[in-house]
Design a protein around this ligand. Structure first.
Ligand code: FAD
Length: 331
């Protein structure tokens, strides 16, 4: 059996039948897609059970940087730790990823849900993504457009059955500091360089989010719901301070954290699990939690929000069971 405890930031004591640290494409050549799952550092997954198959842990760590006029083309192995890469690049004067500082996990997982924070989504900085298709056993390259990036989604997230293992992400970054500072908390200071933005982002995140090395969690458990504009306006007339952001002419994004707080779920403690005191959107493992405790609390929160606001929140974390990825509804 292969211990998955170091590969899930909820810190759950779960195992896979087998595990493989993938250091290059040659390690993937004999893998059976039907009986394997792909894992980075498990900061966006909830294992509800032991997994009866092979866990492929991405540990491809190649890095190549070339210059193209004002741009830097950064070809990063999918198993590199994204935050370490960001720090390394900023120290070399290569900017663009600073707002995404301190998001846990690997480079290879980042395009899957098009990670985002402080006004930047990683898809905007990606030139192409290289994958190894575990079914055809061929390399496939996706241009930025083919990645179909959207809010916490991409082609890779929409098509998990394709079993595409992301081996490399190619970024186009800049030597010029072009700060994106509209987000609350970043809009107050002037910043002389991108490293200063990184420091501020880390400080803001530390104030809001629990460190998974200390308290198990997988960041935001639910996505911010996107609802019909008229429905959002109706809610806004009842809850004046409700945050909402236009996505397009007909839909609005609501803040899941605010909905959960207002439904009375901030700082809840149910046995070994709870919602984080500074951010109710984060479910935490306070001790030796079992997977079903996390599921029960998340279902409870989902029901409270649905009965107060009529909104069915969708998990952001990916859910795995005995046979592989499963739907939230099946639990
Ligand atoms: C404290 C905390 C804060 C967070 N903050 C943010 C945030 O601000 N914004 C944000 O967007 N996310 C955030 N997250 C979520 C998470 O860090 C990201 O989704 C991250 O990209 C996951 O990386 P990982 O390597 O841990 O992936 P995993 O959790 O191991 O995998 C996530 C999914 O991606 C798939 N996957 C992983 N690697 C590959 C690969 N190489 N090829 C194909 N599929 C792959 C897996 O199969 C799985 O379905 C946070 C999480 C935590 C714990």
């Amino acid at each position: 059996m292969f211990d998955l405890s170091p590969y899930n930031t909820f810190g759950l004591h779960v195992q896979a039948r087998e595990g493989l640290l993938v250091r290059g494409i040659s390690d993937l050549k004999n893998v059976d897609a039907e009986n394997s799952i792909i894992i980075g550092r498990g900061s966006d997954v909830l294992f509800t059970d032991d997994y009866d198959g092979l866990a492929l842990i991405n540990d491809i760590r190649d890095l190549k940087i070339t210059q193209d006029q004002d741009s830097f083309i950064v070809e990063a192995g999918g198993g590199l730790i994204l935050d370490e890469l960001i720090e390394d690049l900023l120290n070399q004067g290569i900017c663009g990823l600073e707002n995404l500082s301190a998001i846990p996990g690997t480079v290879g997982a980042a395009p899957v849900q098009n990670i985002g924070a402080y006004g930047v989504e990683i898809g905007s900085l990606i030139e192409r993504v290289e994958c190894f298709d575990l079914r055809s056993h061929k390399v496939e390259v996706f241009s930025k457009d083919q990645c179909e990036f959207g809010y916490r989604t991409s082609y890779f997230k929409k098509h998990p059955q394709r079993s595409l293992f992301i081996t490399k992400v190619v970024f186009r970054l800049s030597s010029l500091f072009n700060p994106i500072l509209e987000y609350k908390g970043l809009d107050e200071d002037g910043f002389s360089d991108a490293l200063k933005v990184r420091e501020k982002v880390i400080e803001l995140r530390e104030g809001k989010l629990p460190d998974p090395k200390v308290i198990g969690n997988a960041g935001c458990f639910f996505k911010n719901p996107i609802v019909d504009k008229d429905f959002a306006l109706k809610l806004k007339s009842k809850y004046e301070n409700m945050p909402s952001y236009y996505v397009d002419d007909s839909s609005c994004k609501l803040a899941a954290g605010w909905l959960i707080d207002t439904a009375g779920c901030k700082g809840l403690i149910h046995g070994n699990v709870g919602t984080w005191k500074n951010q109710a959107l984060v479910i935490v493992n306070y001790g030796d939690a079992r997977p079903h405790e996390i599921v029960s609390l998340a279902k409870y929160i989902q029901c409270e929000v649905a009965s107060k606001f009529g909104i069915d929140m969708e998990p952001e974390v990916r859910i795995y069971g005995h046979k592989g990825e499963i739907s939230w509804e099946s639990l």
